[in-house]
Design a protein around this ligand. Sequence first.
Ligand SMILES: Nc1nc2c(c(=O)[nH]1)N(C=O)[C@@H](CNc1ccc(C(=O)N[C@@H](CCC(=O)O)C(=O)O)cc1)CN2
Ligand SMILES: Nc1ncnc2c1ncn2[C@@H]1O[C@H](COP(=O)(O)OP(=O)(O)OP(=O)(O)O)[C@@H](O)[C@H]1O
Length: 195
Amino acid sequence: MTDIDLAKRALRGEFRARREAIAPALRAQRDEAIARRLFESGAYRSARGILCYVSYQSEIDTRAILCRALRDGKRVAAPRVDARVHSMAFYELAEPEDLVGGYRGIPEPREGLPSAQGSDFSLCILPGYCFDGRGYRLGYGGGYYDRFLANFGGRKLGLCYRENLVSSLPHDRYDIPADLVICEDGEEEYNAKFE
Ligand SMILES: Nc1nc2c(c(=O)[nH]1)N(C=O)[C@@H](CNc1ccc(C(=O)N[C@@H](CCC(=O)O)C(=O)O)cc1)CN2
Ligand SMILES: Nc1ncnc2c1ncn2[C@@H]1O[C@H](COP(=O)(O)OP(=O)(O)OP(=O)(O)O)[C@@H](O)[C@H]1O
């Protein structure tokens, strides 16, 4: 375990507590505001398909996002972890019911769904405890997203409550920053290429 891993571990507890301290009703309102901003964004509107995490615990809720994207006629895929090989892949959903209990209780695509491949999937929506001023994220610590993003050529979009945006996070050579972070009251853009 490197110094950076240890520093990140200490921060996870702090930022989870901050997220959990927001009253549920307020959190729901903020999640709705974040989803609304996402739907209005060029990143969402121009994507034919999205790769989106399925929220659990106190993560920003993506249920409404997944359902709306399916209704909008987008292709929608969610991640499934293969813990044996420490990797994660995305599978395309036909309906919300395609999600079943998976890794650590996170809802994941059931077996038998097609793997999400191709340029239609041009947007990946990232979870995170927090993001910094350059788009770096602090995740659960599995390194799953960094391994996946190393081979992903599309737009990387984080969802984050405003109070969990920080100026700077520790990062190592594997960390891949978001191009854009959406908060309940605005957006932070890091990669002009994707305006
Ligand atoms: N919704 C969601 N799905 C996702 C991720 C994610 O961050 N969010 N992942 C992103 O990589 C992958 C799963 N990675 C994970 C890695 C570690 C733990 C974990 O250790 N969970 C502990 C609580 C940890 C904590 O609260 O800090 C647990 O369940 O007890 C969970 C998921 C793929 N799917
Ligand atoms: N592409 C990679 N190849 C090898 N090791 C990696 C890679 N990406 C990340 N790691 C390692 O995995 C460990 C966890 O990484 P990190 O703390 O960045 O996870 P995270 O981004 O918080 O988790 P997640 O992506 O699952 O949300 C670190 O030790 C990191 O160096």
